[in-house]
Design a protein around this ligand. Sequence first.
Ligand SMILES: [Zn+2]
Ligand SMILES: [Zn+2]
Length: 712
Amino acid sequence: MDLIETIHEIPVQNPSVDDFCAADLKWVKFGTPEHHDDVALIPYARVDEFIFGECSNVESPTRFHIERGRKRSKGSLLEFKSDEYLEYRLYWCSFGPENYGEGGIILPSRRYRLNTRNRAARPQSMRGCTCHFVVKRLYARPSLALIVYNDRRHVNKSGLICHGPLDRDAIGPRAKKIPYVGNEIQQQTMSMIYLGIPEENVLEKHIEGIQRYCGSDVVVNSLASQYVHKLGMIIKRSTHELDLDDEASIRIWADRNKKSIFYYEESTEPFILGVQTEWQLQQMLRFGHHSIIAVDSTFGIKRLKYPLCTLLVFDSRQHALPVAWVITRSVSKADMSKWMKALLGRVCAVDPTFKVNGFIIDDAAAEIDPIKETFSCPILFSLWRVRRSWLRHIVKNCRNIEVQREIFKRLGEIVYSIWSGANPFTVLEKFTHDFVDQTYFMQYFTATWVPKIEMWLTVMRTLPLASQEASGAIEAYHVKLKVKLFDDSHLGALQRVDWLVHKLTTELHSSYWLDRYADESDSFQTVKEEYINSTSWHRASQIPDTDVTLDKLFAKIVSQSDRTRVHLVWNPGSEFAFCDCEWSLHGNLCKHVVKVNMMCENRCEYQSSTSFQSYQEILTSMFKKPPDDSLELDLAVAWLNQIHDQIEKLVELNKSTDIGMVVNKLPLKWGDRKNRTLLCRQAAVRPCVSSSSKSNVARKKSRKRRRLSSIR
Ligand SMILES: [Zn+2]
Ligand SMILES: [Zn+2]
């Protein structure tokens, strides 16, 4: 075959069949005599059809997953080769790339066939398959995709066919005829079993799933039924206790689940285990990129052996979705840095452009340097944990509801004093004086909060504050986690790490997986509805305005479940509003408070939310210190304008029910010059101006000058 050296000589192929595969294309050698690849050029619009065709290969039915991806923006390169990519995606056969077996170590690929009578079933996937290809959307011609496909055979490193009907090691009776159960169906079936859905319903969905890959007949159905039943038995009998000794047990688990671990330190104190499943990684890439990550940081500090820290992203419905769990007692800078870097490294290995725009913390004592150093993004603070602790203790320790309301309101005043100009310590002093007779509550408050109140207030003053919607979403995750973990009957388990890991990666993971799946595929209607309704923000938006009556001191809301009842929300327009519904009396941010505050938001007789006040403070402080009257000022004005513009767009997008309308109204994009898009992107990343902003401006300017001089 002749070697082709320029891409323009490669013909574009557009097969007339719907789904096509490698065999339908003519492959040419492209590159230099030293290094060349098998390639084919197809319309970019048909890439999905090609992938589908490759998946339905009769000899090796499989799925391909994205192992690595990169992107660059149009106009970002001044010079480029004809095969330079705009988008780069490496697709790998889902039976690879690693070879995991029982015992969990990465097995060397089999060099010879196993000659053993013990024909135990092999795992459904991860058999070390090396088949993979690259799809490059061309930078110079984005309507075309260059497919680079050097390893087209489904073989392992030793060159043996490792799955499919031709796999001579397919083990067990009728193994060759067993329909392929893809990861997605396997996960779906597992999730349903974990959630306690009856076996016949699980089976029905399972058969629907596998029929997408093979026809339906009696054999397929009976095999499916066996599969579901067996999986159910395995799950029922599976135990977290892989060894009597917790440490040994967790070591075995870690060994078997290497793919779900991003950081593990077992031998030296302190113990640190960072868990992230493949699916969570995908969700972090999807919802965390150019968005916000929140952390629920000190879960179970009193009851669990090691506290649990969860990283959350906000999904397409702005609900909190757990994307990584870290189990450790250590909160030291060095240890946090280690696991954060490992996590970011893992994410960036798949997408090197991954960037977080903000990080919400909930603990004023948390070290923020590791976050800044690792994610280099602004840090926000959420009041949800403070609010929850105060409210729970008020309800627990004070009898009279009028006293409860008033204490909560006055605690809120301490926080609001940050912006009102009053001295927080005078407010605090007056508070302790006025409620001295509430002995139990005051004992708790003086012991737990008074010594640290300055630290908390400083953090609230210096960091931008997260919104009520974010607080509600984080709280919803926290509550769900609590229900799943603490309802376990054998409470001795709380002191075992293996139990915690097992709970998280099976039940909790499954429930979030199914929530997302139900929503995206519009199936499992009850699961979907429950998932949508899982945050107080969403529940609040379902309450009609007409059911709310506002007054200065309190608001009345007609109960949605029992229209003869009315809930009273004391201190409306504040995060420290007190509702008398049951959900609120458990310490939660209830839908009534959220709804009332939504309505108070734009009325001048109520104070603004803490997050808005903090936002306003940041903006005004920017105006207070104008840089000298120089080019720097012009640059600052330009930035500010862009930030303002972007915030307006974001707000509009969030409020809109039809994104298409908003997008259509957007002005045409500016020219594709790199410096312009860069400026625009930087502005979006740094909405809050910190002390380093000035040096940033200077750096940006000198970079710009350098670029100008290089053009000259
Ligand atoms: Zn394969
Ligand atoms: Zn309520």
